[in-house]
Ligand binder design. Structure first.
Ligand code: IPD
Ligand code: CA
Ligand code: CA
Length: 255
């Protein structure tokens, strides 16, 4: 299993000092573990599927050309790099297979710190370590625990999710910022969170997690209720158990 192999590489780095390099801003970082784990995943995928296109967060488009490939893979070697580099054990590897128009077919999210493997196949359900998972039954936002995240340009962009965060704060039981979009979505699927929203997510952040949340009975859309946010390179996502979706959209549209 390729995601487990990536997890082994990541955990070797996690046990040692973790030097970081800056990407788009002081808060956007990358480590040797990100690049090594991605190179490993891409190598393993291409050995099995040489005619597929692979989009990796660190390495960009690889493998067969996007225009001619029958399938596209989306790889986030470490989702939650800020946690990883801080030695905070909450991060994962996210791997998804999708159609060329970005409809997810297969999603794999592996948390190597807990040994938790979330998987989903389109139309065939979602699983945690092989056991079926299901979203919560929470029917009202005031009883809900939700999570979110903030974009890397939060220091300079006024549209940095603070208004949305504040709007939710007074309407819910608990609001969290866990630091891994793929795990946030998987946790909605696993019934550990009732909902999640975030802007500026890239396809590799979400493609696997959104399928896991949906196959577990959840709903994933953009802030307007459109169910294809992944068609944008930087999309806005709201995920819920379904029952809370309308209320979450109302909050997001109220700010
Ligand atoms: C980030 C994490 C984080 C989210 C950011 C993502 P990365 O991915 O998923 O939770 O808030 O928007 O970019 O950079 O750790 O792969
Ligand atoms: Ca990510
Ligand atoms: Ca990443």
């Amino acid at each position: 299993m390729i995601a487990r192999g990536a997890g082994e590489i990541i955990m070797q780095h996690f046990a040692a000092p973790i030097p970081t390099t800056l990407k788009s801003s002081r808060t956007d970082i990358v480590t040797a573990a990100d690049t090594e784990a991605e190179a490993y995943v891409v190598r393993e995928l291409l050995a099995r599927f040489p005619h597929h296109h692979i989009v990796g967060e660190e390495g960009g488009g690889q493998g067969a050309p996007a225009v001619s490939a029958p399938y596209h893979w989306f790889v986030d070697p470490i989702d939650g790099t800020v946690n990883f580099a801080s030695k905070l054990p909450h991060f994962c590897t996210s791997i998804a297979l999708a159609t060329p128009d970005r409809e997810p077919l297969l999603g794999v999210v592996f948390d190597p710190t807990r040994g938790e493997l979330f998987t989903a196949v389109y139309g065939a359900g979602a699983f945690l370590n092989g056991q079926p998972i299901r979203v919560t039954q929470t029917a009202e936002l005031i009883d809900a625990v939700v999570t979110s995240g903030f974009p890397y340009d939060k220091q300079t962009n006024p549209d940095n999710n603070l208004k949305e965060w504040t709007a939710f704060l007074t309407r819910i039981r608990g609001e969290r910022r866990l630091g891994s979009a793929a795990l946030d979505l998987s946790y909605v699927g696993a019934g550990r969170l009732d909902g999640y929203w975030e802007k500026d997510l890239k396809p590799w952040d979400v493609m696997a997690g959104m399928l896991i949340a949906r196959e577990a009975g959840g709903t994933v859309t953009d802030y307007q209720g459109d169910s294809h946010p992944q068609r944008l390179d930087r999309g806005r996502y709201v995920a819920s158990n379904g029952k809370l979706h309308h209320e979450m959209l109302q909050v997001l549209q109220s700010v």
